[in-house]
Design a protein around this ligand. Structure first.
Ligand code: SF4
Length: 291
């Protein structure tokens, strides 16, 4: 049961953003995609951009912000803090699944997932915050039921949330035509999060149970030295029989200026035979909401 039932017993989806853009990271860089950014996360990742310093960042803002679009994007810590920090909960939107489904269709340029038969479908990306929090899973299934023709779904997740049996059955039996990509960003030391909270191999093993799926790691690294820690994580996943389809590394940095480690990280990817992921949306449009 969704945890966002309104006073009249109606299920609402709580989200920060809904937009159409190019996928900027990971397996599907450059693919036109609809992004639904859920509100809420089980982590805070205060360490990003702060050289591993995990002192909590106070996201309180004295700005009078009325809409998310007016909010400055944090350059330190989690770059999507507005999608989970309680200080900004008033910026989140709530809509019925049917309303969101209609908004999604309205965002699609051809009003369908595929303008040309059998090629180049638009993807749907669930991001956050953490899209796979328990309360979101039922919302996601409801929403997908309202979106005929959808062929590709990606979850951008921190890899700590176990998907429900209902969700496994949903993808395996109700919508086996949908290809599901789990883009897992494990939170290594540079995130400032504790290992015990961040490492959950069981969550990934359960993702593997979805038949028409692809599970890959998208690690955010700022220094070459962090590749060894990533390798330790990968080894631990393998030892526990997690099936991984690919490993990507993406340079840390919420702005072009902060991404001064691009070449260094890319060269290390070459050396270690690991896939490199750019952050295309930042290169194209800078660090902005709705991209
Ligand atoms: S898991 Fe992702 S959304 Fe949540 S705090 Fe960390 S970086 Fe931000």
């Amino acid at each position: 049961m969704s945890n966002r039932i309104d006073d009249f017993g109606i299920q609402m989806i709580k989200y920060s953003e809904l937009f159409y853009s190019l996928q900027g990271e990971g397996r599907f860089v450059g693919v036109p995609s609809i992004f639904l950014r859920f509100f809420g996360c089980n982590m805070q990742c205060p360490g990003f951009g702060r050289d591993g310093d995990s002192t909590p960042i106070d996201y309180k803002s004295d700005l009078q912000i009325e809409t998310l679009e007016d909010a400055p994007i944090p350059n330190l810590g989690c770059d999507s803090a507005m999608s989970w920090s309680k200080e900004f909960a008033h910026l989140a939107k709530k809509d019925l699944p049917s309303t969101i489904a209609q908004k999604i269709v309205d965002l699609l340029p051809s009003k369908s997932w595929q303008r040309n038969e059998n090629v180049n479908d638009v993807h749907l990306v669930f991001t956050g915050g953490e899209p796979l929090l328990k309360g979101n899973q039922e919302d996601i299934m409801q929403l997908i039921m309202l979106l005929p023709g959808l062929k590709n779904v990606t979850f951008e997740t921190n890899g700590t949330q176990v998907i429900s049996e209902e969700m496994i059955d949903f993808f395996n039996y109700d919508r086996p035509d949908i290809h599901v990509t789990f883009s897992v960003s494990p939170k290594l030391k540079n995130s400032g999060e504790e290992y015990d909270k961040a490492f959950n191999h069981h969550a990934l093993k359960i993702m593997n149970v979805v038949g028409n799926s692809y599970t890959y790691i998208k690690a955010v690294l700022s220094k070459v030295e962090q590749f060894d820690e990533l390798q330790e994580w990968i080894d631990m996943y393998y030892k526990r029989f997690v099936k991984l389809d690919a490993i990507y590394v993406m340079p840390e940095g919420a702005t072009v200026e902060q991404q001064n480690n691009y070449a260094e990280i890319a060269n290390e990817c070459l050396k270690r035979e690991v896939y490199f992921s750019p952050r295309l949306h930042i290169d194209l449009w800078g660090n902005k909401w709705g991209t």
